[in-house]
Design a protein around this ligand. Structure first.
Ligand code: ASP
Length: 335
């Protein structure tokens, strides 16, 4: 009840100074009254997004949430802001390419009815998150990849882009010169900045989205956790939602976001669920070099939590009260 504000407090006789409702003592009437109240419940919206770029994304989402719009619209609008940001090197148009110079984008979206859509390995399309939503709303499928996803996006008139940006291409060329002989791409955890977003609207409905250009200089064909429902994102309106950022391979290995949600189902707070999930991820990896990864979570009461392997992960939190950039807790056993 803590996040619910009854817009019809009068129903309980509070406004009239009545201390005991008329139906007190009758289980049937009490149950009916409770159902009646639920129809008048308004939730306080909340939005949370990974990393500093989440601040701008939340602003766009908040415009929708504060006017009573849906959490699905809010997370999509937020994700699109980051996808359009020319200075962002790990999401959308400004993203880093794979080893062969192709910027391939991954995204997914999920709502309170467990509807979900995803795209992976999509090249040359400005807003993969919107393509993911379009797939969710207009096809019997969840995920389209590569040339099929591109064909779908073009057919449905999604905006095209030319990638990589010239500055990014220059960097890639230099990298290629330096790394020519390396079999596996180097892991640079500074460069894991996927945006993951969770929002609750005034109807208490939770949605989430996740969008990325993935691991810089990945092997061609590589897809990480971000577009995978259950790994990069998971929502279950009975419990809450979670999104991930960081080294996708490690997150897939433990079905990360699903794990967070299932731990909340077992009674953990969002904070505890994120921590336990990160601890599990740590247990499953012998070598943690460069293995930064973090989760954010929200439950149906609008409580939020976050946790990462190493120091340095932060998230943007927007509520009715304020907007802030919060440093996530992390595994301090390294210190
Ligand atoms: N999770 C993303 C991936 O592995 C990377 C990131 O979070 O920046 O593709």
């Amino acid at each position: 009840m803590d996040r619910r504000s009854f817009v019809r407090a009068g129903m309980l006789g509070v406004a009239a100074g009545v201390t005991k409702p008329l139906w007190a003592g009758s289980p049937l009437l009490e149950q009916q009254a409770e159902q009646e109240q639920d129809r008048f419940v308004a939730y306080m919206p909340v939005m949370v997004s990974t990393w500093k770029h989440g601040m701008e994304a939340n602003k766009a989402g908040w415009e929708i949430l504060k006017n009573g719009g849906s959490s699905l619209d809010a997370v999509e609008a937020g994700a699109r802001v980051t996808e359009s940001d020319l200075s962002n090197r790990s999401v959308g148009i400004g993203g880093m390419p794979d080893r062969e110079g192709h910027v391939t984008l991954d995204a997914c979206i999920m709502d309170w009815e467990s509807r979900c859509g995803a795209v992976a390995y999509l090249e040359g399309i400005a807003h993969p998150v919107s393509v993911a939503r379009h797939i969710m709303e207009n096809t019997p499928h969840v995920m389209l990849v590569g040339s099929g996803a591109k064909k779908y996006a073009l057919k449905n008139k999604f905006e095209t882009i030319k990638t990589p940006l010239p500055a990014v291409k220059k960097e890639w060329k230099q990298w290629k010169k330096d790394q020519n002989k390396v079999e596996h791409p180097e892991v640079n955890h500074e460069n894991h900045d996927t945006i993951g977003l969770l929002a609750m609207d005034t109807n208490g409905r939770i949605s989430g989205a996740c969008t990325t250009s993935g691991w810089a200089y990945k092997l061609p064909g590589r897809v990480g956790d971000s577009p995978l429902i259950g790994a990069g994102l998971f929502i279950d309106q009975e419990v809450g939602g979670a999104v991930a950022t960081g080294l996708g391979e490690s997150i897939i290995r433990i079905a990360g976001s699903h794990t967070v949600v299932e731990l909340m189902r077992q009674g953990r707070t969002p904070q505890e669920a994120c921590r336990e999930t990160v601890e599990r991820l740590i247990r499953k990896h012998k070598d943690l070099t460069g293995l930064q990864c973090g989760f954010i979570a929200m439950d149906t009461r609008g409580r939020v939590g976050a946790y990462s392997v190493f120091n340095g992960f932060n998230y943007a939190l927007r509520t009715n009260l304020d907007e802030q950039l919060v440093d996530a807790e992390y595994n301090r056993s390294w210190e």
